[in-house]
Ligand binder design. Structure first.
Ligand SMILES: Nc1ncnc2c1ncn2[C@@H]1O[C@H](COP(=O)(O)OP(=O)(O)OP(=O)(O)O)[C@@H](O)[C@H]1O
Ligand SMILES: [Mg+2]
Length: 113
């Protein structure tokens, strides 16, 4: 099991989610509004958040835990649908997931995803 964490531009969210809905067997998606910064300077100044003199750019974070076989497909869908080609498009990170527990049923592991 892997966790896919994707940081994308907020205005690309609905396009990405629409595309993710088309993936058979996708177990779920967590969506958070976040702020951060990347390497490149000069990102769209109109969207910056300034807190205590520090500049951040608003982004959206998607967290998706899937079976290993689904990782490449999900990543490709995100890469294809979050892409504008302009700086700040975001990144996708992949993590190993050690264990999953499902609260309602008490299931664990693959059955709980
Ligand atoms: N290495 C990283 N670790 C954690 N978060 C990151 C990392 N790189 C980027 N982020 C997060 O992703 C957001 C988008 O990053 P961004 O796409 O601007 O990266 P970049 O390297 O600056 O690329 P670009 O040149 O396209 O702007 C950042 O605002 C930050 O929240
Ligand atoms: Mg950047």
């Amino acid at each position: 099991m892997k966790e896919i964490k994707a940081i994308i531009k907020p205005f690309m969210l609905s396009k990405v989610i629409d595309a993710l809905h088309g993936i058979e067997g996708l177990p779920g998606v967590t969506v958070s509004d976040i702020r951060g910064f990347g390497k490149s300077k000069g990102e769209d100044a109109s969207h910056k958040i300034i807190e205590d003199k520090i500049e951040y750019v608003p982004k959206v974070k998607l967290e998706i835990v899937v079976e290993d076989e689904l990782v490449e497909h999900v990543v490709k869908v995100i890469m294809d649908h979050a892409h504008t080609g302009i700086i700040g498009d975001g990144k996708v990170f992949i993590y190993d997931v050690k264990e999953v527990f499902k609260v309602r049923t008490g299931e664990r592991g693959h059955a709980a995803i």
